[in-house]
Design a binder for this molecule. Structure first.
Ligand SMILES: [Zn+2]
Length: 351
């Protein structure tokens, strides 16, 4: 593995302190961070982890949202599931690969996907794998027990024996349990908690007692704000209750949800969250990288850590900026990404 040096304004540590530095990477590890003499016009962020996707539905991009949420996405007969069943496997695999490459070009080097289609669905996403991007695959209908799967990804909890047994089997196998809850209402929240999940996705309608319980039980919460707005399950900055989740000490991650409706673009998700919910750039980036913990990884920029980096050209804006991280997330965005490094390997580079 090559020795790599990168100069730029890097956002260091868990508090993302901006410092003009030269990073040295040896054998995949950041071995030295020293003050830089010159300003290179680059911003160096930890790479993103998209904590919730359904990349299978890349096959139906920008499907009109012309019916209720349940009719669009609920299994087994929501429109999305009809489309997935009708899609040939080779088209599904190449579409999923497309989304992985799209994520890499935006500086995302990991994602957690709820994979439909049982064991075959998990096999398809495994076949689509692209080097350099870590996938946490959460299967269902038997897919959760495949060796490639990191665990169970349930659509919703309904207190069915089959769900309870699947969650127990996944836990027994030492795997994760993730479930959507509180997206369109409150009915599925309690059944979701009863599964003792590791991850709850959405929490859009969480009440104070749900927030407290998620914090006390250390359940990671994945928010998908653009999806919630597009699919009409919120019209308020209080739903999902981002500030309350953060203040309660919950682990909160960010994801982009169904690719058929929302692009897997983490910079856009960050900018949207900051605009609607007024999260600080540091809180927002923390949510956008935190999902690496689902893969037992991190993307903090510190000496001794693995090098997982998203490098942006500053386009002359840095010298004018009073808040470089805000400039990176809300003005530069994915179009400014010029280099992406995953575990010390350059996996994307613009000349
Ligand atoms: Zn989802």
């Amino acid at each position: 593995m090559d020795n790599i040096q990168i100069t730029g304004t890097a956002f260091l540590g868990v508090d993302f302190r901006p410092e003009n530095v030269e990073l040295t990477i040896n054998n995949g590890i950041i071995t030295d961070i020293s003050p830089a003499r010159d300003n290179s016009g680059r911003l160096i962020l930890p790479s993103f982890f998209n904590a919730h996707t359904h990349i299978g539905d890349t096959v139906a991009l920008d499907t009109p949202i012309d019916r209720p949420l349940k009719e669009l996405v609920a299994p087994p007969n929501g429109l999305k599931h009809v489309i997935l069943r009708e899609t040939p496997n080779d088209k599904l695999i190449s579409a999923m690969r497309h989304s992985m490459e799209f994520m890499i070009r935006g500086g995302t080097t990991g994602f957690a996907d709820l994979r439909e289609g049982g064991a075959d669905g998990v096999s398809a996403i495994s076949s689509a794998r692209v080097p350099g991007i870590t996938s946490v695959i959460l299967g269902r209908d038997g897919g959760e027990l495949m060796p490639e799967s990191a665990g169970l990804g349930l659509s919703n909890a309904h207190r069915l024996d089959s769900e309870i047994e699947a969650a127990a089997a996944a836990k027994k196998a030492g795997k994760l349990v993730a479930v959507h809850a509180g997206e369109g209402g409150i009915k599925d929240i309690e059944p979701a908690f009863e599964l003792e999940p590791d991850v709850i996705i959405h929490a859009t309608n969480f009440r104070p007692e749900d927030i407290r319980r998620a914090a006390d039980e250390d359940i990671a919460i994945v928010l998908c704000p653009r999806s919630n707005w597009l699919l009409g399950v919120t019209d308020s900055s209080k739903k999902p209750p981002v500030r309350e989740l953060l203040d309660a000490g919950c682990r909160v991650y960010l994801g982009t949800d169904n690719v058929m409706f929302v692009s897997p673009d983490m910079e856009a998700e960050c900018a949207f969250l900051m605009t609607v919910c007024k999260t600080t750039p540091e809180e927002t980036l923390s949510m956008a990288v935190g999902g690496f913990s689902l893969a037992g990884m991190s993307s903090v920029i510190e000496e001794g850590k693995s090098a997982n980096l998203c490098v942006m050209k500053d386009d002359g804006l840095l010298s004018l900026s009073r808040k470089p991280l805000s400039t990176a997330l809300t003005r530069l965005g994915r179009g400014a990404v010029c280099q992406v490094i995953s575990d010390g390997e350059v996996i994307y580079s613009v000349k």
